[in-house]
Design a protein around this ligand. Structure first.
Ligand code: AMP
Ligand code: ZN
Length: 116
């Protein structure tokens, strides 16, 4: 757990956040400022600041985050209609919380590309 990391504290249960999914390594909760009817953040319990810190040793967690995302998508009724699961890295992508997270968004048609 990293000092002063909001998502470490959330994963630790410090704010009694409702988890839509949790296991020993991954937790997921609804985004405070949802950008779609479903907007869930999937995070590892392990503190990893950005995608730039992923390496051969810790990369297994990425697959586990996607397994969580597809299970949540199914439980939200999104598996067939579609959804997006994306990670922002650093300033140009708009990362604002430096503990990696997948944004699982769906429930409405989305455009591509997602930038203006
Ligand atoms: P990013 O900009 O990719 O780093 O995404 C950070 C996301 O975390 C944003 O969509 C915020 O709305 C969301 N967020 C920030 N604080 C909280 C919180 N306490 N609970 C839930 N979501 C949060
Ligand atoms: Zn953290």
């Amino acid at each position: 757990m990293a000092d002063d990391c909001l998502f470490c504290k959330i994963a630790n249960g410090d704010f009694n956040t409702d988890f839509v999914y949790e296991n020993d390594e991954v937790v997921a909760f609804r985004d405070l400022n949802p950008q779609a009817p479903t907007h869930v953040l999937v995070i590892p319990r392990q503190h990893i600041a950005t995608l730039n810190e992923i390496d051969a040793e810790n990369s297994v967690i990425i697959g586990k985050m996607y397994i969580a995302a597809k299970e949540i998508a199914a439980s939200e009724g999104l598996a067939e209609r579609g959804y997006r699961a994306v990670m922002n890295c650093n300033a140009d992508a708009g990362q604002s919380v430096f503990h990696i997270h997948l944004h699982l968004v769906g429930g409405k048609p989305m455009g591509w590309p997602p930038w203006p």
